[in-house]
Design a protein around this ligand. Structure first.
Ligand code: SF4
Ligand code: SF4
Length: 158
């Protein structure tokens, strides 16, 4: 009994373990709230940092992609669409289960899991949820046009 009372009293003076993100009280309209944050009228309580190795929204360096299709073939949720004309891929984040198998299998490290996790949207085909090109990714093995990677690689350069 004494131990329980001690614990309860201690809790009264501790900060809550939860992070009150994005604001102390849930806003009536998140969109209006975020507008206010953008204009500097409202303050956002920042999210806690994500842990190392966090698997958030996928990123894709289109230029570096060799078109080998390995990511497309391994994806368990069919989140990756193969574009035969361009010999590139397109990723639908709304279908992605964040398993990172495509990242692991890509031979030129042209896919990566980012720390981005604010992905809620009413439209699953919104621009932010369809990844076509995220630009250069740090750590990618750059593909050189003249390094003789084979016919498949050369063919998709046109
Ligand atoms: S992370 Fe997994 S589910 Fe998402 S696109 Fe890659 S293979 Fe598919
Ligand atoms: S595995 Fe990598 S190089 Fe191959 S198609 Fe997918 S993104 Fe492009």
């Amino acid at each position: 009994m004494f131990e329980a009372a001690k614990t309860i009293l201690k809790q009264l003076f501790l900060n809550p373990a939860t992070n009150l993100f994005p604001a102390k009280y849930a806003p009536a309209s998140t969109i209006q709230f975020l507008d206010g944050v953008t204009k500097g009228e409202l303050k956002l309580i920042p999210p806690v940092p994500v842990p190392p190795g966090f698997r958030g929204k996928i990123a894709y360096d289109r230029e570096n992609c060799t078109g080998c299709q390995q990511c497309y073939k391994i994806c368990p949720t069919r989140a990756i669409e193969w574009l035969p004309e361009e010999k590139k891929v397109k990723i639908f984040v709304s279908r992605c289960c964040f398993c990172a198998q495509c990242v692991d299998v890509c031979p030129v490290n042209t896919l990566a899991m980012t720390e981005e996790f604010l992905l809620a949207n009413y439209d699953k085909y919104a621009d932010e949820l369809v990844v076509v090109d995220s630009g250069e990714l740090p750590g990618a093995k750059k593909r050189k046009k003249s390094d003789g990677e084979g016919a498949e690689t050369t063919a998709q350069q046109d």
